[in-house]
Design a protein around this ligand. Structure first.
Ligand code: FAD
Length: 248
């Protein structure tokens, strides 16, 4: 979930001058100075990795019940839970494992990695820890009996010899989590001059699309390609629009 109070970076107005200042700072100031800002983004805008689920974290809903096989993509199932909320519950084995490289909770690849202690520090509203499952449930606001029953039956169902389970205190929870569609790749159909096409395939006069809205059906894989496209297509679409004869 988003922090209730947007952080400083999110409150800054989108301004050319500020952008230049940030660029200069990134080029000249030590990277450690940016870690708090980067972490507040990493722990607010990036989702937890599926590897956390594969390592044994369990997803429960507001009733303290498991509702999905954690190893399939759980996004839609989370959206269908009461309030659209879910919590990740894990034990100290998983928490220790995800407290340092190579096991991160979330990442913007090539930019930064966030670990359990980063969530503890930057998202006290989402991160909870307690010595027993009942105490953890109390902190999170879930029914304690139901959570204990869920975890016990999950532990009992694990095949013998398979690592996992939620066994070792202290116990940890991250949540509430929400399922979000953060990107709608594809956008409108456009010509090579970024003019929007109508349902009949013809150009809609004087209408241009750039960036995420004007991807012309392309699904962009790879880091930075979306931003690259937004900047490039925006400049091109603006130039073509400016070349249009004035309408009298
Ligand atoms: C969590 C996340 C991580 C991402 N990571 C990467 C990455 O690492 N690398 C990468 O290349 N891309 C990444 N992307 C994708 C990239 O951010 C987008 O593709 C890009 O920002 C699209 O730029 P845009 O200018 O087309 O649209 P946007 O950045 O969405 O800008 C549209 C603007 O229009 C404003 N707006 C909307 N409606 C109105 C209105 N009616 N009136 C006035 N203003 C309005 C919005 O508030 C917004 O500011 C990420 C996206 C998300 C959500």
């Amino acid at each position: 979930m988003e922090p209730t109070r947007p952080n400083l970076v999110r409150r800054l107005p989108p301004s050319w001058l500020l952008g230049k200042l940030m660029q200069w700072a990134l080029d000249h100031l030590p990277a450690s100075l940016f870690r708090p800002f980067v972490m507040s983004f990493m722990t607010a805008s990036m989702g937890p990795e599926a590897s956390l689920l594969r390592a044994g974290a369990v997803l429960v809903n507001r009733e303290g019940q498991r509702f999905v096989d954690e190893l399939v993509q759980p996004g839609l199932a989370i959206a269908q839970q009461p309030g659209g909320h879910a919590w990740l519950v894990f034990d100290s084995r998983v928490a220790t494992m995800f407290s340092g490289p190579p096991h991160y909770v979330s990442t913007a690849p090539g930019v930064a990695f966030a670990y359990v202690p980063d969530y503890q520090r930057h998202r006290p509203d989402l991160y909870h820890r307690a010595d027993s499952l009942e105490a953890l449930a109390g902190r999170v606001g879930l029914p304690g009996d139901a959570l204990r029953a869920t975890i016990e039956s999950r532990n009992a169902a694990l095949p013998e010899g398979v690592a996992g389970g939620v066994l070792q205190a202290p116990f940890h929870a991250l949540g509430p989590l929400e399922s979000r569609i953060v990107i709608t790749d594809g956008g409108l159909a456009v010509t090579e001059r970024h003019q929007v096409l109508g349902a009949d395939g013809g150009v809609i006069p004087r209408l241009y699309a750039a960036g995420a809205v004007g991807q012309g059906g392309a699904l962009l894989a790879g880091n930075g390609h979306h931003i690259g496209w937004a900047v490039t297509s925006g400049r091109r679409a603006g130039r073509f629009a400016a070349q249009e004869p004035r309408r009298l």
